[in-house]
Design a protein around this ligand. Structure first.
Ligand code: FRU
Length: 485
């Protein structure tokens, strides 16, 4: 039945019903990926927050579970993280390993007559199926700060302690703990650096080895910034690259220029999975595919809100310096069903094939000369098209959703979202993931990502490609229909 619903994605996570926003508690344990999420089960707009829950063995097929955390006497349940407490530092697990969630309790302090945000714990004795709230919650509060939320916790091997990164208005704070229960302030980061166009939210901090094997390890900090009316972009996520010594994060010089994780409008509050085994070694991020500017208004019915595709993050030494690279996870590959596979063709060749196809959820993978120029029209009907274009002369890539379908729910929804491509190779490659109501573009070997929601009519399933020259050579062009198992 779900697959019949207008706009219901075919291979992105959505809740069966109700509202979702941020991914929470991303953790891998006992061969399962857990995805918790900000959830309002009783409505399709933001409301009293719970943690919803889904489990997957492959990051693609998700089984929704019962609600993990519901509001209690300390408030509603805002964003946070989960870890495997391998050595039972909490004492919750009788010497065994188990899952601990660290989240924000949000409520109203009547004495102070203002919102109050405090960090709390919950643990699971059955691999995440049910959760017990710690009886001494909350474990961390602040006398002055009102915005004090979204704890992301990780074990820092070098100093043998838990580290928490927390969003505190216009900066992040770092804390340490031996047992997840008692926390000591370490340092603050964010003054005089980065974008401050909105409140800082949902941070993450993790190490990546540059080029996978070199001796250089760098730390990446993700910071989402909330929506404010002044900025047409709404909410989005910036990142910093630097070093972390167990106490302080020190940004590289390159981090003084603002860099976005995603140049579209619909990738927010993205954070990474915890405890992916060392033999795998990947750092995998997922984001909420919406934007606070219009998240409550998007034209879906039973549910509202979807997750992005999971992406693997790496650092590569490229001509422009150390660069954050994002690629869709390899677990997506088995979904492919080849529709078109062309090598060394022209725009005209591709066009004649595309004009015979009708598709609604698929992947395009193409490569062309770095100096070329072309525009792909996707999810087209007589009046609708989403355009993915590359302009080699300007080094720009874009998604234009001006005529992509329904956009009347918000004046800032329609528009063209452009990103700069570092033209450091002879070829440009594009991987484009199209679903019922979204499009994700990974370009230039993962240097640029653009994620945008779209709301085309279900029968807008045409495809086309255009260029100034019909003879423009295209090195390769593949289309795969994507069908989850
Ligand atoms: C980010 C956010 C978080 C907060 C949650 C509430 O989208 O505002 O800062 O914990 O959503 O739902």
């Amino acid at each position: 039945i779900q697959s019949q619903e207008k706009y219901r994605p075919l291979y992105h996570f959505t809740p069966q019903q109700g509202w979702i926003n941020d991914p929470n508690g991303l953790v891998y344990f006992n061969d399962e990926y857990h995805l918790f999420f900000q959830y309002h089960p009783d409505g399709t707009t933001w409301g009293p927050m719970h943690w919803g829950h889904a489990i997957s063995s492959d990051l693609v097929n998700w089984q929704e579970q019962s609600i993990a955390l519901a509001p209690d006497e300390y408030g509603t349940i805002f964003s946070g993280s989960a870890v495997v407490d391998w050595h039972d530092s909490t004492g919750f697990f009788g010497g065994q390993a188990g899952l601990v969630a660290i989240f924000t309790h949000h409520d109203h302090n009547h004495e102070l007559d203002r919102a109050q945000q405090r960090q709390s714990l919950a643990y699971s004795l059955d691999a995440g199926r049910t959760w017990i709230k710690y009886q001494c919650n909350p474990v961390l509060e602040h006398k002055e700060l009102i915005d004090f939320r979204d704890p992301k916790v990780f074990w820092h091997q070098a100093t043998e302690q838990w580290i928490m990164i927390l969003a505190c208005g216009q900066t992040v704070h770092l804390y340490r703990s031996p047992n997840l229960k008692e926390w000591t302030f370490l340092s603050e980061f964010g003054e005089g650096i980065g974008s401050h166009d909105g409140v800082w939210e949902c941070p993450d901090l993790f190490p990546l080895v540059v080029d996978g094997q070199s001796a250089i390890t760098k730390w990446v900090m993700l910071v989402s910034i909330g929506s404010s009316d002044e900025y047409i972009e709404g909410s989005r996520t910036q990142y910093f690259i630097g070093d972390f010594d167990g106490t302080t994060f020190t940004p590289d010089a390159s981090s003084y220029k603002v860099r976005w994780l995603d140049y579209g409008r619909d990738h927010y509050a993205g954070v990474c999975w915890s405890d992916i085994p060392a033999e795998d070694g990947r750092r995998i991020c997922i984001g909420w595919m919406s934007n606070w500017k219009y998240a409550n208004l998007t034209p879906t019915e039973l549910w509202r809100g979807a997750m992005s595709l999971p992406r693997e993050l790496t650092l590569e030494q490229r001509a422009q310096g150390i660069t954050l690279i994002q690629q869709p996870v390899q677990e997506l590959l088995p979904m492919r069903n080849t529709i078109l596979s062309l090598e060394h063709v022209t725009i005209a060749d591709i066009q004649s094939k595309l004009n015979t196809l009708l598709l609604e959820s698929y992947e395009i993978h193409m490569t062309a000369d770095i100096h070329s120029q072309f525009a792909l029209k996707l999810r087209t009907s007589q009046h609708q098209a989403t355009v993915v274009g590359y302009e080699g002369d300007k080094g720009e890539i874009y998604i234009d959703r001006t005529d992509s379908g329904d956009h009347h729910f918000h004046p800032d929804f329609a528009g063209k979202h452009i990103a700069n491509v570092h033209q450091d190779q002879s070829v440009i490659d594009l991987r484009i993931y199209v679903d019922r109501s979204s499009i994700e573009l990974f370009a230039n070997d993962g240097q640029v990502v653009i994620t945008d929601l779209i709301f085309p009519e279900p029968d807008a399933q045409g495809l086309d490609i255009q260029s100034l020259s019909q003879d423009l050579p295209v090195a390769s062009f593949h289309i795969y229909q994507l069908i989850p198992s």
